[in-house]
Design a protein around this ligand. Structure first.
Ligand code: HEC
Length: 189
């Protein structure tokens, strides 16, 4: 019984070409491994543009509208901010349109039959007041005896976004006293 080495030397029934290819690939792997682990500088992630990392983000016109706004880092969500308004519109759409209507005109399918009916948020006088503090309180407490429920379960940041959204659509915007608002906001839950 010949050993495998003898077999290789004495006849070619072993796949000699395959063996050579195998040895070459081993050598190549070793060299490649050596290069990657010891010589390659590595890739500096900071040098890759963010767009490439995220698989290409839309750019140019309309980009702002497409990209989701991140309001979590806004430290003073009660201060006028376009991103807050954009975010507020989204929260409004999910929670308020049924009663207050798509645009806030008080014509939502579920709102018109209520007694009292859902408010037109664009026009008309505020019952509880139209400055940021009053609107925030309305969302916090609801309006007793009406279908206007408390929306305290929404994250605080979302409720400030709603306040800013309402201010962006109403014709009866009541001006805020910045210092008073800040003091209120810091203690509000
Ligand atoms: C189930 C229906 C319903 C839903 C949903 C609803 N509301 Fe109301 N809302 C009402 C009704 C009814 C009133 C009017 C109460 C009144 O006239 O006393 C009202 C009143 C208001 C007012 C007026 C307060 C004032 O001072 O006049 C604001 C602001 C308001 N809603 C905001 C919202 C926002 C923001 C949402 C979504 C987060 C929302 N509402 C969801 C029914 C609803």
């Amino acid at each position: 019984m010949p050993t495998s080495v003898e077999a290789m030397q004495t006849n070619d029934t072993y796949n000699r070409g395959g063996m050579i290819a195998f040895v070459f690939s081993m050598v190549f792997s070793l060299v490649f491994f050596f290069y990657i682990s010891l010589m390659h500088q590595g890739i500096n992630l900071k040098e890759i543009p963010e767009e490439a990392m995220s698989g290409g983000s839309p750019s140019g016109e309309g980009a702002a509208a497409v990209a989701a706004v991140d309001i979590s880092k806004i430290e003073k969500p009660w201060e006028p901010n376009d991103d807050m308004v954009t975010h507020g519109a989204k929260i409004y759409k999910a929670n308020c349109t049924a009663c207050h209507g798509d645009k806030g005109a008080g014509d939502g399918p579920a709102g018109m039959a209520l007694i009292p009916p859902a408010r037109n948020l664009i026009e008309g006088k505020w019952k509880k007041g139209g400055d940021s503090i009053a609107l925030y309180k309305t969302l916090h407490d609801g309006i007793e005896g009406t279908s206007m429920a408390a929306f305290k379960h929404l994250p605080k940041q979302d409720r400030w976004a709603l306040v800013q959204f309402i201010h962006s659509i109403t014709k009866n915007k009541v001006a805020d006293d910045a210092a008073k608002l800040e003091a209120f906001a810091k203690s509000a839950d």
